[in-house]
Design a protein around this ligand. Structure first.
Ligand code: SF4
Length: 360
């Protein structure tokens, strides 16, 4: 339970009073600019990490209205966003043309796994790849064979599949702009500030303003600085008649049941994208099957659903109906992936790569 002082500060909803700010976990954009200038970096590029959902769309519209400056807008495709998020991204690209904004709007992806999270999962399932980058719910088995509810794995996918690719793309664009090659150093006076669309109510998600990969890149959280909540961004979009669906991957374990109303739910995936739901059920089952082989370093038993039950059981009726409707697509999709993973990452005939380690 949070200490009374902390609760009181949270209720005040002023980032300047929040422990994360007071402890220096993040800084304001003005402070970051000042810091860069003191380091001799006076050519600062401003980048929006666009996710296609509500908060970064709020920032994008502010940019279109001249209220916030960006040199680049970059969307990193995780390879697992629902089609309705891709549609929203295209909607915003169309709006950009309509309003005559010419800021480069770029699409990127993970540098070695271009097909994103589906590729990471297939690689994990079909080869000896050991890095598991998704925040799944876990059960653990104790020495007596008892199954206990464990925690959740870290949300590493957001960093690896969304934030790092945006940093890499921004760096690549600026190197090109300065007439430099991809392996050359960023000039000493150049820096980047990447805006992340976390809201004040998501302040717990802020871990740092620094970039472990590049010391000339820092992260800013303009909606937190404005003390804006997710609900504020949704209202802003609604009032203007803009799309309001929240961005996430179709198989994201943070998708909830409708009664846990955080604006993202499995029901929406089932209704809008039944095929994606069938794929999510397949991944959910396969992950536990592969854990049972004992070939993985991860020892926990993973689940995509917060109840730590198979998705195909939680939504049994829907699964029964949809798995037979998509039976053919599913077997074709698996065969295509097996071929792709084998060609790229070297899975053996049994689908498991037994030698070498391609972890990156
Ligand atoms: S939406 Fe979920 S699965 Fe996708 S990158 Fe974010 S945390 Fe990972």
């Amino acid at each position: 339970m949070a200490a009374p002082r902390q609760l009181a500060l949270f209720d005040m909803q002023d980032y300047r009073q929040h422990k994360k700010y007071l402890d220096g976990v993040f800084k304001t954009k003005a402070e970051l600019i000042q810091q860069f200038r003191e380091e001799g970096r006076d050519q600062i590029y401003h980048v929006l990490s666009f996710g296609g959902g509500t908060q970064s769309s709020h920032l994008l519209e502010m940019h279109f209205r001249g209220e916030i400056h960006y040199d680049y807008i970059i969307f990193s495709d995780t390879g697992a966003e629902p089609d309705f998020i891709h549609e929203q991204v295209w909607w915003w690209r169309h709006r950009q043309r309509q309003v005559g904004n010419t800021t480069p709007f770029l699409i990127t992806h993970h540098s070695s796994m271009e097909r994103g999270l589906e590729e990471m999962l297939m690689r994990y399932i079909l080869t000896d790849y050991q890095r598991f980058q998704m925040p799944v719910y876990c059960n653990s088995v104790n020495e007596d064979g008892e199954i206990k509810a464990g925690g959740m794995l870290p949300r590493q996918c957001t960093v690896d599949f969304k934030i790092v690719p945006v940093k890499q793309k921004a760096r690549q664009m600026v190197l090109q702009r300065h007439g430099l090659g991809p392996k050359q150093m960023i000039p000493n006076n150049v820096a980047f500030i990447i805006d992340i669309g976390f809201s004040y109510d998501e302040i717990r998600r802020i871990n740092t303003y620094q970039s472990p990969q590049y010391d000339y890149i820092r992260l800013a959280y303009p909606l937190v600085e404005a003390n804006e909540t997710t609900e504020d961004s949704i209202k802003y979009l609604e009032v203007n008649g803009f799309p309001t669906r929240r961005s996430r991957c179709y198989l994201c374990p943070f998708n909830c049941a409708a009664e846990r109303n955080i604006g993202m739910d499995w029901e929406e995936i089932i209704e809008s994208e039944p095929w994606s739901f069938v794929k999510a059920c397949w991944f959910d089952t396969k992950l536990r099957e592969v854990q049972a082989t004992g070939t993985k370093i991860m020892r926990s038993i993973p689940y995509l659903h917060y109840s730590r039950r198979p998705l195909s059981e939680v939504f049994a009726q829907e699964y029964q109906l949809l798995s037979s409707a998509y039976k053919y697509e599913l077997s074709r999709w698996i065969a295509e992936w097996q071929e792709y993973i084998q060609a790229k990452w070297g899975a053996g005939k049994d689908g498991i790569k037994h030698a070498g380690n391609h972890s990156r």
